[in-house]
Design a binder for this molecule. Structure first.
Ligand code: SAM
Length: 342
């Protein structure tokens, strides 16, 4: 593998820093390729530059330069006849494949990109910059921008499929009957849990406009008969009762500590004494070693005003809401299951 200067590994410090400084070049190159559906077109057999330019309506010379950059990023490869093909990395930018990250590429290059331009505001004030960048708080913005809501929900589904599933697999559901997924989005994670555990029933709980889109997800997984769908607001109570396990996947990191305690207290009111709380989140290592969660934490600062947390911070949060921290389960991905009991 080579770096962006075409040099072998370990470029000198200024070159490495330049790669970091210009990280947005990569974000936007991938975003535009995904938006133009270049990976889908190549996968469908449109591998020639001229054909790609015709189908996408792009400027052929400019598109050639973008494709060359994507080749340099090892997302595309060029065959001896000049046709492009996808590499294993490029495959992840196709729509609808099991390991697709296309929707995350769309979200990152669109709303997140615009919000990150205001990071200085967040660092100076401690406030999220989403409202400054987009004109409304996150959930209100999604309410009034349906195309952005689709991007957001689909990006969450990409992550659920590719990152959360391995984390939830660490939990033993063998003695569980009913799983309530709190803030479960359009149901990707719960659908997977139900599909892989025939004996379970589920309750999907999220905002009404979000769960309204869950039908096709549950049907595609063949679990609609075992899954109840409930629309509501966890700040207003109304979390479904009688679950054995309450899943919360990437919900608390959207909120500050005070809001997170309020959400957890709503769950605490609903959960039976024998119930378990299973939180899927990044756990920030307390040491100074490199870890993606430390950048995700800055993303949460600027986008939603939420945060990533260390294990000790999760334990503190649980404690404040009437739960007891039990354990953090090991995971092959960057997301872990954090287990709590009432
Ligand atoms: C980052 S998404 C995570 C979605 C899903 N659990 C996953 O892992 O892909 C956070 C979820 O919290 C939901 N949410 C936000 N505010 C809510 C509220 N007041 N009541 C219920 N759900 C809410 C959002 O609609 C969204 O689906």
């Amino acid at each position: 593998m080579t770096d962006l200067q075409g040099q072998p590994h370990s470029p000198p410090p200024p070159a490495r820093v330049m790669q970091m400084i210009c990280g947005y070049w990569v974000t936007q190159s991938i975003h535009v390729a995904a938006e133009l559906r270049i990976p889908d077109l190549i996968a469908a057999g449109t591998g020639k530059l001229d054909d790609l330019a015709t189908v996408t309506g792009a400027h052929p010379g400019a598109l050639a330069r973008l494709l060359r950059a994507l080749e340099s990023l090892e997302l595309l490869a060029r065959q001896s006849d000049g046709r492009y093909q996808l590499t294993p990395l490029g495959e992840c930018l196709r729509e609808g494949v099991p390991n697709s990250m296309r929707n995350l590429a769309l979200l990152a290059g669109e709303e997140h990109y615009r919000i990150w331009a205001h990071l200085d505001h967040s660092v100076r004030t401690g406030e999220p910059a989403l409202e400054r960048a987009l004109g409304a708080p996150l959930w209100a913005y999604l309410e009034t921008h349906p195309e952005a809501a689709v991007r957001f929900n689909n990006a969450m589904s990409d992550l659920a499929r590719n990152v959360h599933l391995a984390a939830v697999a660490a939990y033993d559901f063998s003695t569980v009957k009913k799983v309530v997924d709190v803030g479960g989005g359009t149901g990707s994670l719960l659908a997977h849990v139900l599909a892989t555990h025939d004996h379970l029933t589920g309750v999907l709980f999220d905002l009404p406009r979000v769960v309204a889109k869950a039908g096709p997800v549950l049907e595609q997984a063949g679990v609609q008969d075992r899954c109840e769908v409930v629309g509501g607001d966890f700040f207003a109570g109304g979390v479904p009762t009688d679950g054995d396990v309450y899943l919360m996947s990437l919900v608390l990191h959207d909120f500050d500590d005070e809001q997170s305690v309020r959400i957890l207290k709503s769950v605490r009111e609903a959960i039976p004494d024998h119930g378990k709380l299973v939180i899927l989140e990044q756990v920030v290592p307390a040491d100074g070693k490199p870890h993606i969660s430390k950048l995700v934490d800055v993303n949460m600062l600027v986008v939603s005003g939420g945060r990533e947390r260390t294990e000790a911070e999760f334990a503190q949060l649980l404690n404040s809401a009437g739960f007891r921290f039990e354990s953090t389960l090991p995971s092959p991905t960057t997301i872990n299951a954090i287990v709590g009991t009432p």
